[in-house]
Structures are given as structure tokens and as C-alpha cells.
Design a protein around this ligand. Structure first.
Ligand SMILES: Nc1nc2c(ncn2[C@@H]2O[C@H](COP(=O)(O)OP(=O)(O)OP(=O)(O)O)[C@@H](O)[C@H]2O)c(=O)[nH]1
Ligand SMILES: [Mg+2]
Length: 353
């Protein structure tokens, strides 16, 4: 299957603008992806069934260690595998960057700078209106300029338009834990606790922002579902639609439990409003049967989405079968990439030892 896909992509590259349009190439890739999903997956053929018997054999440990990567390759045929040097620099960035909690918001207007932006925009509109009515330039005499220079008491660094990526997902999907996972060095056994987490669903109540190395912001959000409230849902939807700094959303799905109806609605919402997003399957350590995970993905319809979101697989919690945090390098790399940070970029603020 990989060979066919590679052929499609090569064909598209060679014939761009001549025989095969990118749209046709896209269709070919989609078709190939669907066939890939329909066939018994390569992983299933290899019978990686983690049935809880805790096989201690070396090959089994090796298979688990490669699980996140194999799933990534299996479900992202359109993406080339990220090179080791890219992953290495992404890991360096996250390990070295200073992480600071910045703000929380329980309504859209509490997000630093949003009120200010809206007022400035209103003034620009009013100014245009004045031009139209009077045609007299002197009429506006620079009042807008005077206003734009002020920050309304909001520290300038909160208004400095850093790119943002947001974690979305049902309550208890592991959003806050993932934020801690991303920002904790591999060598540490226990995750740093930047974002507060709990076994109790519905723990995060506001949108919370964390500055990473003064290069971008990670945004933790309240979960949706039974424990989420209507107001939280409205806040998240507004943030997703209106926040200009948002570069990409990462939608978390429990690899053990799969999609809920609300997850599907959120995917529909993101697609409808053209909000770039990727899918992150969390709690890989809880998956006992990889075949079931394949079934969950295939039956969810996400493989047919026209936007072909990338799919990442990881675990934030370790246990004896999963002694390592898998899949995190790929997510770190995807975040830097979505924020437009080139390979080799360094944090502007380094963690103190
Ligand atoms: N086994 C396992 N547990 C995880 C993983 N990620 C998170 N958890 C656990 O899931 C529970 C919920 O994690 P949170 O990070 O608080 O989940 P959340 O999505 O932020 O939840 P809300 O704030 O309620 O929306 C905690 O007990 C975590 O330890 C994982 O990868 N594997
Ligand atoms: Mg949370």
C-alpha cells in the first residue's frame, strides 16, 4: 500500500500542472488511504495484540516501543515521516524552554487583548464612516492613533501576538496531562505540573495559557461532554473561530474509548469553519487490542475527511508495559511546525536548572 501511495505522490509531484492536477492526486491519495483502511492493517497482520499477558520478550517490548511510530506511518501516508534531526531539535526546544502560566479566561473578553482589539476595530470602522460622511480628513485628527498606542494596563507581552495551539477534547481525555507531558524532559519520571490535572472529569474550568520559551503559547481548554458546561462550550467555540493567534487545534481522543458523538460534532465544526486541526490519540498505554483501535478509527469516518487531518498516537502515563512516553516527539515537532517555527529555532527564554 505504501508503495502505491508513494507512486501517487511521486506522480503528483512530477505531473503538477500537466497530466495530474493536485486535486486528482489528492483523490488518489484518499482512495489509497481508504483501501489501506479497508484491508486488514499491517499492524493487525503482525498480530500486535497486547492482551494484558505482559509478555516480557524482547521483541514484544520492541513492538511496543515502535507502536506510536507504526500507527503514525499507517495513518499518515500523505505525510513523510519526520526525520530524526527534526525530532531531536523539537525535543531540545521543549526540554530547554521556560514554561510560564500566563492567563486564564472564563469568557472570550477575559482573554488579554481581545477587548482592546475589538475597540480598536470599532474605532477604525467609525473613522471610515466619518471619512465617508464628511469627506473631511481633518475631522478624524489622529484619535485612533492615540488609542492604539495604549495597552489598557495589559502587560505588553500578553498582547504580543505569539502563535497559539490549543488542546481540545472531552472531559478526562488527558489535555492538561498532555500539556505537562510535552513540557517535561524525557529523563524525568514524574511529569512537571504546569497544568492542573485530576482523575475527576471536568476539572479544567477555564481556557488557560502557557507561554513556552517566549515563542508560542499552549492553550489548555475545559473538556466537553457530561461534565462540561454550556458556557464553556460557547467560550471554546468562540476562541476557535475568532482568536487570530490560533494556528492549530489538537483534538484529543482516548485511544481506549474512541470517539463520542460530541467529538464528531467538534470535527464537523472545525471542518466547517476551516480551523486547522490534527487528531491526537491519547492513553495508548491503555489499549489492550490494537485491532480494536483500528476498528474505532475506521468506523469513525475520519479517514474520509477531505482535510485529511494528521493522526498522532501517544501516552502521557507510563506503566510496566509502557515504560516510556511514546509519540511525544512527533507532537512536539507538529506544534513547532504549526507555529511556523523553523527547524533549529531556539527558545528565547531557557529554563533555569
Ligand atoms: N493511562 C493514562 N492515563 C492518562 C493519560 N493521559 C491522562 N491520563 C489520566 O487521565 C485523567 C484525566 O487527565 P486530565 O489531563 O486531567 O484530563 P483533561 O482532558 O484535562 O480533563 P478535563 O480538565 O476534565 O477536561 C488523569 O487521571 C490522568 O492521569 C495517558 O496517556 N494514559
Ligand atoms: Mg484539564
Amino acid at each position: 500500500m505504501k508503495a502505491i501511495l508513494n507512486e501517487c505522490l511521486k506522480l503528483a509531484a512530477r505531473n503538477y500542472g500537466t497530466r495530474v492536477s493536485p486535486l486528482e492526486a489528492g483523490k488518489l491519495v484518499l482512495q489509497a488511504r481508504k483501501q489501506d483502511a479497508d484491508s486488514i492493517s499491517s499492524l493487525e497482520k503482525k498480530s500486535i495484540i497486547l492482551d494484558g499477558k505482559k509478555s516480557e520478550s524482547r521483541s514484544s517490548r520492541q513492538r511496543i516501543a515502535n507502536l506510536a511510530e507504526e500507527l503514525y506511518d499507517n495513518y499518515n501516508p500523505g505525510y513523510s515521516r519526520t526525520g530524526k534531526s527534526h525530532l531531536g531539535t523539537a525535543n531540545y526546544f521543549f526540554n530547554a524552554a521556560e514554561v510560564t502560566y500566563e492567563w486564564s479566561a472564563s469568557s472570550f473578553w477575559e482573554i488579554p487583548g481581545e477587548k482592546l482589539k475589538a475597540r480598536a476595530e470599532q474605532q477604525t470602522l467609525d473613522q471610515k464612516h466619518t471619512f465617508q460622511i464628511s469627506g473631511d480628513l481633518a475631522h478624524t485628527n489622529g484619535s485612533v492613533k492615540k488609542y492604539l498606542g495604549k495597552t489598557d494596563g495589559i502587560p505588553f507581552e500578553l498582547l504580543n501576538g505569539l502563535p497559539e495551539v490549543a488542546f481540545l477534547g472531552r472531559c478526562n481525555a488527558g489535555k492538561s496531562t498532555l500539556l505537562n507531558n510535552l513540557t517535561t524532559e524525557f529523563s524525568k519520571l514524574k511529569l512537571d505540573e504546569y497544568a492542573k490535572t485530576s482523575k475527576k472529569a471536568g476539572y479544567t474550568k477555564t481556557i488557560n495559557s502557557f507561554n513556552v520559551g517566549r515563542r508560542f503559547r499552549l492553550i489548555d481548554t475545559p473538556g466537553y461532554g457530561v461534565r462540561g458546561t454550556h458556557e464553556q462550550g460557547e467560550l471554546i467555540m468562540r476562541y476557535l473561530r475568532e482568536r487570530r493567534e490560533l494556528k492549530r487545534a489538537f483534538l484529543l481522543i482516548s485511544a481506549e474509548q474512541g470517539f463520542t458523538e460530541t467529538d464528531s460534532q467538534v470535527i464537523e465544526f472545525l471542518t466547517k469553519f476551516g480551523i486547522p486541526f490534527e487528531l491526537v490519540f491519547t492513553k495508548l498505554d491503555k489499549v489492550k487490542n490494537v485491532g480494536k483501535l483500528h476498528q474505532i478509527i475506521q468506523e469513525s469516518g475520519v479517514l474520509e475527511l477531505p482535510t485529511m487531518p494528521r493522526m498522532l498516537f501517544l501516552n502521557s502515563v507510563t506503566n510496566s508495559s509502557f515504560p516510556k512516553r511514546l509519540g511525544i516527539s512527533s507532537l512536539r515537532n507538529a506544534i513547532l511546525e504549526s507555529c511556523g517555527l523553523e527547524e533549529g529555532v531556539r527558545p528565547l527564554k531557557i529554563k533555569s536548572k
